[in-house]
Design a protein around this ligand. Structure first.
Ligand SMILES: *Cc1c(COP(=O)(O)O)cnc(C)c1O
Length: 382
């Protein structure tokens, strides 16, 4: 059986199983319960914000963020183009229109100049993406937002543990959304969180995330019989307390997980940095990269499909990077505005294995295989 190095893999085991056992013993398994509240306090401290709200996933956290900020039909929201389309979808769910801004060629988050150029009288806010976890240009984006009276939201789906100019990802905008999906740096399989400092917005989001009433935990221990009434049609966007238990264990591991990913990124930089056939990802000095994915950019002369097939045949997991949003048919008329940098990288990006379980043997196998595949004539476009 030849060695196979998976593209991504969660790091879970005894601490998470113990946490699940504790939640089982508590008897409270459903969402927004005591374990969610405990994780929310811990996560808010880790992210450096006043409030955290656990959610079913990052998409629901983004939807809540946009809704409590008031986005709706007739509004435009400027979105960094290169992202998993949950970002654009969340805008669509509110009835507003996503307007995609092209990205920086080095770190792939929204180019502040493209964001400013996309502003119209209908623009209400900016939704920036920390691409593969590396924070976007929040000082510049904040200045643009302030100049034009816009709000700023951070899609921090991949960014747990990252920093920007000394500040944690999640604290860099009015509201931020995280994902705890299995491919992210810390995970409960599925899950998410909305974070921010403004109590009014976060209280409204908490109400909307449990169908439009205060969560049941707030009525626990009541001696009277309070009966809530519904004045808003909210959703069930709750994380379960079982998942929250897993997340408490994952959050405690975060420094070790980040160190393992950083070690892998350093090994790739040392082992692949001399190759002309590819460009390595850039980690800027004023921010820390949590390496949710490790994405190389192939030279235009290489055929990405052939490279991917050859890597997979030799046991190296790989995939395209993420998506150019503006070419996705779902966004219709929004695709008229081109984002050439994003479109080009969408064609040339290749993610190679990145997770916290990679051994030095795994890393050597990936490096040796990538070197031989991109150097072979068979990988070139015909
Ligand atoms: C993964 C991801 C999402 C979606 O996260 P879910 O938890 O699956 O909703 C959104 N935005 C970005 C940038 C992502 O990488």
């Amino acid at each position: 059986m030849p060695r196979t190095v998976p593209l991504g893999q969660p790091t879970v085991g005894e601490p998470e199983l113990a946490a699940v056992a504790e939640v089982f013993a508590s008897g409270w398994l459903s969402g927004a319960g005591p374990t969610c509240l405990a994780f929310e306090r811990e996560f808010a401290v880790a992210v450096g914000v006043e409030h955290a709200l656990t959610t079913a996933n990052c998409g629901s956290a983004l939807h809540l963020a946009l809704q409590v900020l008031g986005a709706g039909p007739g509004d435009e929201v400027i979105v960094g183009d290169y992202t998993f389309p949950a970002t654009g979808h969340a805008v669509v769910w509110t009835g507003a229109t996503p307007v995609f801004a092209d990205i920086r060629p080095d770190i792939w988050s929204a180019d502040p100049a493209a964001v400013e150029a996309a502003i119209t009288p209908r623009t209400v806010g900016i939704l920036a993406v920390d691409v593969f976890g590396q924070p976007a240009d929040y000082d510049e984006l904040r200045a643009i937002a302030d100049r034009h009276g816009l709000w700023l939201v951070e899609d921090a789906a991949c960014a747990a543990g990252a920093t920007y100019r000394g500040r944690p990802a999640g604290s860099l905008a009015d509201l931020a959304a995280f994902s705890f999906h299995g491919r992210k740096g810390i995970t409960a399989g599925e899950g998410g969180a909305l974070v921010g400092d403004r109590a009014d917005l976060m209280d409204h989001a908490r109400k909307l995330h449990t169908y439009g009433i205060a969560p049941a935990v707030t009525r626990e221990g009541e001696t009277t019989l309070p009966v809530p009434s519904f004045d808003e049609a909210g959703y069930n966007y709750r994380l379960s307390d079982v998942q929250a238990g897993i997340m408490r264990a994952q959050l405690r591991r975060l420094p070790d997980l980040l160190a393992a990913r950083t070690h892998a990124a350093e090994a790739y930089a040392a082992g692949l940095g001399d190759l002309d056939a590819l460009t390595l990802p850039v980690a800027l000095a004023d921010r820390t990269h949590p390496w949710q994915s490790y994405v190389i950019t192939l030279d235009p002369a290489l055929d990405r499909g052939r490279v991917a097939v050859a890597l997979r045949e030799q046991g190296v997991g790989c995939n395209f990077g993420t998506y150019a949003s503006h070419v996705q048919p779902v966004y219709g008329v929004a695709t008229e505005r081109g984002c050439p940098v994003s479109a080009d990288l969408f064609d040339r990006h290749l993610a190679i294995p990145m997770h916290a379980n990679l051994t030095d043997d795994d890393l050597h196998h990936v490096i040796d295989t990538v070197r031989s595949v991109v150097g072979s004539a068979a990988a070139r476009r015909r």
